[in-house]
Design a protein around this ligand. Structure first.
Ligand code: BG6
Length: 301
């Protein structure tokens, strides 16, 4: 069991990494680099905050979020793994897998070259094997500099092949969804989850969100940019080893129906999720590993 005291003794780094009690009494790491700060909860391995020094946060966090064992945090970057959405064929399984509600272990912390990193790990246990029968070691490295880099590595430690989906479900903070423009997905096919999984093609113009939007963009490695005229900035989400991107905004009715989300919060967020889901699920042979990385930065407009 990693206590606050042992965490700070072993992994605390002066000026860079501190562990403290966060919301709901859950343990979080506070990271600082020369140009930025972040918070990461061990519950879910969940990044809840990232901001460049003197600037507004890039990540949206709901004011109604729960911070409770067994419940997902609403906002920041939930890790959806080893499946995305409802698990096909297992309606009783938790939505978006169990990684986001599991307690991750701290495996390392480093400061070098102006960057600060925290390394977390999650391994299979009796509990996870009841939900999903595979042996695994998930290793998650959060690095901050003037941008936030999240690297999810999954190792198959079991005896047979293993298949999973993965998403770094990144909630971005924006001033107004109605004026935000998303670039980078023009001409890409997507599965429309609000329209019976119909496959459609994105038009060429920058995308505007005008209704509930829940789409899996397929076969795309592209960087996405969210232009926010109100905050005079654009948020840039780039990625490595990710073949799909999910764009999600719950809009009015769904926001009202979600207990852990404010009725009006849909206006100030959009999720651009770096993922390998649906047709892009990953299959790993025993002993093999896979790494997916999402990078979130910003530029002034
Ligand atoms: C998105 C899914 O990624 O996450 C949506 O595509 C889902 O279908 C949303 O509603 C939020 O999921 P949850 O489990 O965090 O409420």
């Amino acid at each position: 069991m990693q206590t606050l005291q042992t965490l700070n003794q072993q992994f605390g780094r002066e000026g860079g990494v501190t562990f403290e009690t966060g919301s709901g009494g859950l343990v979080r790491a506070v990271l600082r680099s020369a140009g930025s700060e972040a918070q990461v909860y061990l519950h879910g391995g969940h990044v809840t905050h990232f901001a460049k020094v003197g600037e507004r946060p890039l990540l949206f966090m709901s004011n109604e979020s729960l911070f409770q064992a067994g419940k997902a945090i609403r906002g920041g970057v939930p890790i959806c793994w080893p499946w995305f959405g409802p698990r096909s064929g297992y309606p009783e399984s938790p939505m978006h897998g169990f990684a986001r509600t599991s307690l991750w272990t701290v495996e390392g912390a480093e400061m070098s070259g102006g960057e600060t990193s925290l390394r977390l790990g999650l391994k299979d246990t009796e509990e996870t094997r009841k939900l999903w029968p595979n042996g695994f070691w998930a290793r998650y490295t959060v690095t901050i500099s003037d941008r936030l880099t999240m690297r999810l590595e999954v190792v198959n430690t079991g005896q047979g092949p293993m298949q999973f989906e993965e998403a770094l479900h990144t909630y971005l903070a924006i001033s107004d969804i109605k004026s935000a423009e998303i670039e980078g997905l023009g001409g890409v096919d997507y599965v429309d989850k609000t329209d019976g999984m119909a496959v459609k093609t994105q038009g060429g113009k920058p995308m505007r969100i005008v209704e509930e939007t829940d789409r899996i963009y397929l076969n795309t490695k592209s960087t996405c940019t969210v232009r926010d005229a109100g905050l005079k900035r654009k948020i840039v989400v780039s990625k490595e080893n990710s073949e799909a991107t999910v764009v999600w905004n719950p809009w009015i009715a769904k926001a009202k129906a979600m207990a852990d989300f404010g009725d009006n919060e849909w206006q100030s967020m959009v999720c651009i999720e770096t993922c390998n889901v649906n047709a892009h699920a990953v299959t790993l042979a025993p002993g093999a590993s896979h790494v997916m990385t999402a990078i979130v930065g910003s530029q002034s407009l």
